[in-house]
Design a protein around this ligand. Structure first.
Ligand code: ADP
Ligand code: MG
Length: 870
C-alpha cells in the first residue's frame, strides 16, 4: 500500500495557541544595486557578507564636523551588485513562504530612496522576476495538487474564512458566472498577460516546499492596495469606469478583527489558482495604479504598495475525502509584500502645493514607521513600556500585529551607490541598522486538526487496493473488454436468416439452408448463454469481493467510530471542565474590567485635576512674573527720582551752607570795617543815600555774593555812565501791583517775565521783583538787584548786589511805614537773612533753570551761557 511506504508521521499534538516567549530580531538585509551608466562615482563598497562601507563623494569630503569619514554598517546579510534575484529570494523570502504554508504570517518590505531598486527587488523586470512572482510560484508549486475547488473557501469580510462543501461551491460558481457583471469580465485565465510581465512568471528556478500537510486543502487569495497620502486604496476593486467623468477612487478604512488583527475593511480578495492567474491580478492592480497616478497627478514614488498573499487551509474529514466543515479548523496565514515609498526628503522631488503636502504625509508614514521602530527598540533596550504610535499612520497601523508578534518581519534595504544619494543613503543605513535591534516575538504555531494524519493517502490507498483486487479476479476492466469482444464477435458471427419463401415444390435448397443456419444460430445462442452464465458468475464473485471489502471498511469505520465516540465522551467532559473554568475566568475578567474602569476614571479625573492645577499654577506664575516686573520698574523709577531729588537737595543745601558761611564772613568783615571806621571816625551817610549806592557791601544786610574767585572776566563788565544804565526788569507773571508809595521807577528798562540772554546782553543791570507773605500776613515785595557781566564763554552772568524790601504795615506801626533795608535792625536782619537766603536760593534756581547749567555750590552768581539747549 502506498501509505505504508510513506514514513510514519509523528503524532500530532495541539500546540498551545499563544504566546511564544522566544524573540527574533527583525531581519534586515541590504542590497546594493549596480551603478547606472550615467553615474561615475561609487560611494558604497561591500566589505564582506555582512558589512558595507559608505564613503563621502569626492566633492564633499568633509562632513558637517569638517572631517572625512567612512562609515560601516552591518546587516544580517549584504548582497552586492552581482546578486541574482533567485539568490536573494532563497535567503530572504523562502523562509517567509515556508512559514506561510505552515500557517504563520510574514511581512517583507523594501526600504530605500527612489531609484535604489525597491520595485526591482520586489517585482523584478522581464526575465528577472522579483520576490513577489517567486513567492507566488513557490506557494503554488508547493500546494498545487492539494488546492481546494474554487469557492470552497469564502472570505467572511471580517478578515476570516468560511468553508463550504464542494457541491455548494459548484453551485456558487454557477451562480456567479450567471450573474451580470458590473464590468464585462473575461475569465482571468484567458486574459492576455501584459508583455511587460509575461517573462517574469516564467520562472525556471522551480522552488517548492517538500513538507506540505497533505491532509489539508489550500486556497490562495490575493489583495493589492496602495497607501497614498495616508489613504488606503483598493487596487483590485471593480468600479465601473466612466471615461467622461472618472470617479476618484474611494479610500478604505482599517478595522480590527476578533483576534485583534488589523485588516482593510471591504478590501477585494481574489481567489487565484495559479501563479499566472495571481500575477494577472497583480498586473491588473498595477495598471489601475498607473492610471490613477496619471489622472490624479500623483508622484508614484511617494506611495506605498502592499500585495497581500493570503493562504487558507482546512483539514480533510476523517475519511480524507472532503473538507472538514468546521470554521474553527481553518487556518489563514498571510504574506504581506510592501514596496515602500522613497525614503528621501521632500525637497528632492521638487514637489509643490498639494503634492508637497501629500508627499509630506507620505514622509509622515515613513517617519511614523521610524518612530515606532525607535520606540519598540527603546522599550526593549530600556525595559520601558512607552506606547508605540502605530495609529499615527495607516501604514504602521496596518502592520501593528507583526511587530506585536503575529509574524516574522524582514526588510530589504536598497541602496544606490551613486554620489548624489550619499546623504540619503546614510539616513537609510542608520534607520536600517537601528531596525535590526528590534526584536519581534516568534509567531506561535497554529493549532492543527486533531484527526489522524495520512487520511488522504489512506483513502487513496483503499481505492487502489479495491481496484487491484478486482483486477486479480479477472478484473472488471480487462474482463469486461474481453467479454465485450467475445460477445461482439458472437453477435457479429450471428448469421442472418435467409429468405424462407418457397418458390416451387421442387425447391430443395431453401429448406436445408434454413435448417443449417438455424442450427448455427442455436449453437451461437448456446455459446452466448454460456458466456452470460460465466459473466454472471464472475460478476457475482466480484460483488461478493466488493461486499467483503465494504464490510471490512464498515468494520474499520465502526471501530474508528467507537474510538471516536470514546474520544468525544472524554473531550466532552474535558470541555465541561473547561467551560466551568472559562466561566470562573470570565467572572474574574468582569470584575477586573470593572476595577479597571473605575481606576481609569479615577485616573482621568486625577489627570484633569492635575492639568487644571498645572494651568492655575502657570497662570499664577505668569501673574507673579508680571507683578515682579512692574514692581521692579517702579522701584527703579523711584530710585532714580529720589536720586535726582537728593542730588538737588544736596546742591541746594550746599549752596545754602556756602551762603551762610559767606554771610558770616561778611559780617565779620563788616564788624572789622566798623571797628576800623569807628577808629577813623568817618561820618555816616543817611541810609537812603546808602540804598542808592548798592555797590557798598557793608550797607546791605544781604550783601552782594561776591565770590572769592570771580567767575567773570571783569574786563567784560559794561561801562556804566550815570543815567544811561539799562535795566532788565524781571517781574514774574505772578507779581501783583501794590500801592506802596515808593515804587521803583526805572525809565530805561526792558521788562521781562522770564529773563533771557538776549535781554541781559542789552543791559548792564538786573532787577528781580519777588513777592512773599511776611510773618504778619502782609505782602512783602523784594527788589533784588545785580550787575550783568559778560562771561568768558560769551554768555551773561548776574552778580547780585542789593535787595530792597517794600512792605505795608497796619496803623499801630503805620508811623513806621518805610522803605528800608533790613540792615539797620539786627533782629530783623536775622529774619531777612534767612529770607534772603531763601530768595537767593529761589533766584538761583530760577536762573539756573533758565540757564540749564549748574555752576556748582561755590558760586553765588549764575551764568546764562550764550548757547543753550532748549
Ligand atoms: P525604486 O523602486 O527604488 O524607486 P526601481 O526598482 O524602480 O527603484 O529601480 C530604478 C531603476 O534601476 C530601474 O530601471 C531598475 O531596473 C534599475 N535597477 C534597480 N536595481 C537594480 C539591480 N539590482 N540590478 C539591475 N537594475 C536595477
Ligand atoms: Mg519603486
Amino acid at each position: 500500500m502506498k501509505s505504508a511506504m510513506r514514513p510514519a508521521k509523528p503524532p500530532r499534538r495541539i500546540p498551545p495557541k499563544k504566546p511564544s516567549n522566544q524573540k527574533d530580531p527583525v531581519g534586515v538585509y541590504c542590497r546594493v544595486r549596480p551603478l547606472s551608466p550615467s553615474d561615475q562615482e561609487c560611494c558604497i563598497e561591500v566589505i564582506n557578507e555582512t558589512t558595507v562601507q559608505l564613503h563621502p563623494p569626492d566633492g564633499c569630503k568633509a562632513n558637517r564636523n569638517g572631517e572625512y569619514k567612512e562609515t560601516q554598517y552591518s546587516f544580517k546579510q549584504v548582497f552586492g551588485t552581482l546578486v541574482t534575484q533567485k539568490e536573494l529570494f532563497d535567503v530572504v523570502s523562502k523562509p517567509l513562504v515556508e512559514d506561510v504554508i505552515r500557517g504563520r504570517n510574514g511581512l517583507l518590505f523594501t526600504y530605500g530612496v527612489t531609484g535604489s531598486g525597491k520595485t526591482y527587488t520586489m517585482t523584478g523586470s522581464p526575465g528577472e522576476g522579483g520576490l513577489l512572482p517567486r513567492c507566488l510560484s513557490m506557494i503554488f508549486n508547493s500546494i498545487g495538487k492539494y488546492q481546494a475547488k474554487r469557492y470552497v473557501f469564502k472570505s467572511d469580510e471580517k478578515n476570516g474564512m468560511d468553508v463550504q462543501n464542494e457541491v455548494d461551491a459548484l453551485l456558487e460558481r454557477q451562480k456567479r458566472e450567471a450573474q451580470p457583471q458590473v464590468i464585462p469580465r473575461t475569465p482571468l485565465t484567458r486574459q492576455r498577460v501584459d508583455p511587460e510581465f509575461a517573462d517574469m512568471i516564467n520562472i525556471q528556478d522551480h522552488c517548492k516546499i517538500e513538507e506540505v500537510d497533505e491532509d489539508s486543502v489550500y486556497s490562495v487569495f490575493v489583495s493589492y492596495i496602495e497607501i497614498y497620502n495616508n489613504y488606503i486604496y483598493d487596487l483590485l476593486e471593480e468600479v465601473p469606469l466612466d471615461p467622461i467623468k472618472p470617479k476618484p477612487p474611494q479610500s478604505k478604512i482599517l478595522r480590527e478583527d476578533q483576534n485583534h488583527n488589523m485588516y482593510i475593511a471591504g478590501c477585494t480578495e481574489v481567489e487565484v489558482k495559479s501563479t499566472e492567474e495571481a500575477f494577472d491580478v497583480f498586473w491588473k492592480g498595477q495598471k489601475r495604479r498607473r492610471i490613477a497616478n496619471t489622472q490624479l497627478n500623483r508622484e508614484s514614488s511617494r506611495s506605498h504598495s502592499v500585495f497581500i498573499i493570503k493562504l487558507a487551509q482546512a483539514p480533510l474529514d476523517a475519511d480524507g475525502d472532503n473538507v472538514l466543515q468546521e470554521r474553527e479548523q481553518i487556518t489563514v496565514s498571510q504574506l504581506s509584500l510592501v514596496d515602500l515609498a522613497g525614503s528621501e526628503r521632500t525637497n528632492r522631488t521638487k514637489a509643490e502645493g498639494n503634492r508637497l503636502r501629500e508627499a509630506g504625509n507620505i514622509n509622515q508614514s515613513l517617519m511614523t514607521l521610524r518612530t515606532c521602530i525607535e520606540v519598540l527598540r527603546e522599550n526593549q533596550l530600556c525595559g520601558t513600556n512607552k506606547m508605540v504610535p502605530y495609529r499615527d499612520s495607516k501604514l504602521t497601523h496596518l502592520f501593528k500585529n507583526y511587530f506585536d508578534g503575529e509574524g516574522k518581519v524582514r526588510m530589504i534595504v536598497c541602496v544606490n551607490p551613486k554620489a548624489d544619494d550619499h546623504e540619503e543613503s546614510l539616513q537609510v543605513m542608520r534607520f536600517a541598522e537601528m531596525t535590526q535591534e528590534v526584536e519581534v516575538a516568534r509567531p506561535a504555531d497554529k493549532p492543527i486538526c486533531g484527526l489522524t494524519p495520512g487520511r488522504r493517502y489512506r483513502n487513496q490507498a483503499f481505492k487502489e487496493e479495491l481496484t487491484r483486487r478486482l483486477e486479480e479476479r479477472g478484473g472488471p476492466q480487462n474482463g469486461e473488454s474481453d467479454d465485450q469482444s467475445v460477445t461482439d464477435l458472437l453477435i457479429q458471427s450471428f448469421p442472418p436468416l435467409p429468405s424462407c419463401e418457397l418458390l416451387d415444390a421442387n425447391d430443395d435448397q431453401t429448406l436445408p439452408r434454413l435448417i443449417e443456419i438455424l442450427e448455427k444460430r442455436r449453437r451461437i445462442r448456446q455459446m452466448m448463454g454460456d458466456e452470460f452464465n460465466k459473466n454472471v458468475c464472475s460478476f457475482r464473485a466480484m460483488l461478493q469481493d466488493v461486499n467483503g471489502a465494504v464490510t471490512a471498511k464498515e468494520n474499520f469505520v465502526q471501530g474508528k467510530m467507537t474510538e471516536k465516540d470514546r474520544t468525544i465522551v472524554s473531550q466532552k467532559s474535558e470541555m465541561e471542565r473547561m467551560e466551568k473554568k472559562i466561566k470562573t475566568l470570565e467572572y474574574k475578567i468582569d470584575i477586573l474590567e470593572k476595577t479597571t474602569t473605575i481606576y481609569e476614571e479615577e485616573k482621568r479625573t486625577l489627570q484633569q485635576d492635575l492639568e487644571s492645577q498645572h494651568h492655575k499654577l502657570q497662570r499664577q506664575l505668569s501673574d507673579k512674573r508680571r507683578l515682579e516686573a512692574r514692581i521692579q520698574g517702579m522701584v527703579n523709577e523711584n530710585a532714580m527720582k529720589w536720586e535726582k531729588e537728593c542730588e538737588r537737595r544736596v546742591a541746594a543745601k550746599q549752596l545754602e551752607m556756602q551762603n551762610k558761611l559767606w554771610v558770616k564772613d561778611e559780617k565779620l568783615k563788616q564788624l572789622k570795617a566798623i571797628v576800623t571806621e569807628s577808629k577813623s571816625d568817618k561820618p555816616e551817610r543817611p541810609p537812603r543815600e546808602r540804598d542808592r549806592e548798592p555797590k557798598i557791601p557793608k550797607r546791605s544786610i544781604s550783601p552782594a555774593p561776591v565770590p572769592n574767585i570771580p567767575p567773570v572776566n571783569m574786563r567784560h563788565r559794561r561801562s556804566r555812565s550815570a543815567g544811561t544804565e539799562r535795566w532788565v526788569d524781571h517781574k514774574p507773571p505772578s507779581s501783583m501791583e501794590t500801592d506802596t508809595v515808593m515804587q521803583p521807577h526805572i525809565p530805561n528798562s526792558i521788562k521781562v517775565a522770564v529773563p533771557s540772554e538776549k535781554a541781559l546782553a542789552k543791559c548792564d543791570r538786573y532787577m528781580l521783583t519777588h513777592q512773599q507773605l511776611a510773618s504778619d500776613g502782609e505782602l512783602e515785595t523784594k527788589l533784588i538787584k545785580g550787575d550783568v557781566y559778560k562771561t568768558r564763554s560769551g554768555g551773561q552772568s548776574v552778580q547780585f548786589t542789593d535787595i530792597e524790601t517794600l512792605r505795608q504795615e497796619s496803623p499801630p506801626s503805620a508811623s513806621r511805614k518805610r522803605r528800608s533795608s533790613p540792615c539797620n535792625d539786627p533782629p530783623q536782619g536775622e529774619t531777612t537773612d534767612s529770607d534772603w537766603t531763601d530768595v537767593e536760593t529761589r533766584c538761583s534756581v530760577a536762573v539756573e533753570m533758565r540757564a540749564g547749567s549748574n555752576l556748582g555750590p561755590g558760586y553765588q552768581h549764575h551764568a546764562i551761557p550764550k548757547r543753550r539747549k532748549p
